[in-house]
Design a protein around this ligand. Structure first.
Ligand SMILES: O=C(O)CCC(=O)C(=O)O
Length: 283
């Protein structure tokens, strides 16, 4: 179990011995009270109030990401995308800012974020493609970025190394990616999303938004119960049309509705698990 190792090294070893351990950790979807407290942190909500107005909700797509060393766990490598590329098209007009919080200093060597400055300004969701390398991640159709988003994936890129205790806020239309992790440490991070109440979220109505701040209810006690259930169970059902058996949640493939949203250009074990095949191939 490598219990002698710290939280930044233990999963690296486990994943080397049990490939996919990091994916299972990502899929686990458990929302511990400490993460919920961070999501509802009053100072973060003060930021969100300025962006979203006085009523602020949690939006149901969130992650704790164990981004391991790229050499041994390349599934954490996230290519250029807009978050809306993963979301229900009904939510494209909803502003869904994300607060991205690393649990250690992040640098160009261990997988910090890059964003494309101004990439949200046309208000468009660019075409994406499925799925990047051996992962389940969508990727921007780079041939359409300049025309649709009026930005360049070379000239407008900003690299964002930040210190532990800092965070980055950006919205669902800002193109971003994370750099490969060249260290031996797990680059743990959280991405927590927010929106106004009453607008479509990105998860096809599968999970509700949760009210975090409402001036009409100054003593609001946040009810986190809808997010105690693992979101990945819902995603599996949306993609396969059936409930996930417990063994399937121990399967190291990841599937989700975004896989059916965009053109498949690369087949791998995740897209096959979703029953998708490249034209001319059997699923
Ligand atoms: O944490 C990462 O590596 C990527 C984060 C990301 O793409 C997101 O939060 O939308």
């Amino acid at each position: 179990m490598h219990s002698d190792l710290d939280v930044f090294h233990r999963l690296t070893q486990l994943d080397k011995e049990f490939p996919g351990a990091a994916i299972l950790t990502h899929k686990d979807g458990v929302l511990p009270p400490a993460f919920a407290d961070l999501w509802a942190n009053p100072r973060l909500l003060n930021f969100m109030e300025q962006i979203l107005g006085p009523r602020v909700c949690a939006s149901p797509i969130w992650n704790v990401r164990p981004k391991g060393p790229s050499a041994s766990t390349p599934d954490g490598d996230i290519p250029w995308h807009q978050d809306s590329g993963y979301f229900d098209p009904a939510s494209y007009r909803t502003m869904i800012p994300v607060v991205w919080v690393p649990l250690l200093d992040v640098t160009e060597d261990n997988g910090c974020l890059q964003v494309v400055e101004g990439g949200h300004k046309t208000g468009m969701v660019c075409d994406h493609l499925n799925c990047y390398a051996d992962t389940w991640h969508v990727m921007l159709d780079e041939s359409k970025v300049e025309q649709t988003l009026n930005v360049s994936l070379e000239k407008d890129v900003k690299t964002l190394p930040i210190k532990k205790g800092s965070f980055i806020i950006f919205n669902n239309l800002v193109p971003h990616r994370s750099l490969p992790n060249k260290s031996e440490e797990i680059r743990w991070s959280l991405d927590l999303r927010y929106q106004k109440p009453g607008l479509p979220e990105g998860l096809y109505g599968e999970l509700p938004t949760i009210t975090l701040r409402d001036p009409a209810d100054p003593d609001l006690k946040v009810d986190w119960s809808p997010y105690i259930e693992n979101r990945h169970v819902h995603q599996h059902k949306m993609t396969s049309g059936k409930d996930a058996a417990p063994a399937e949640m121990l399967d190291t493939t990841m599937t989700g509705p975004w896989m059916k949203q965009w053109r498949l250009v690369n087949s791998n074990r995740h897209t096959q698990a979703a029953g998708l095949a490249l034209q001319g191939q059997r699923a």
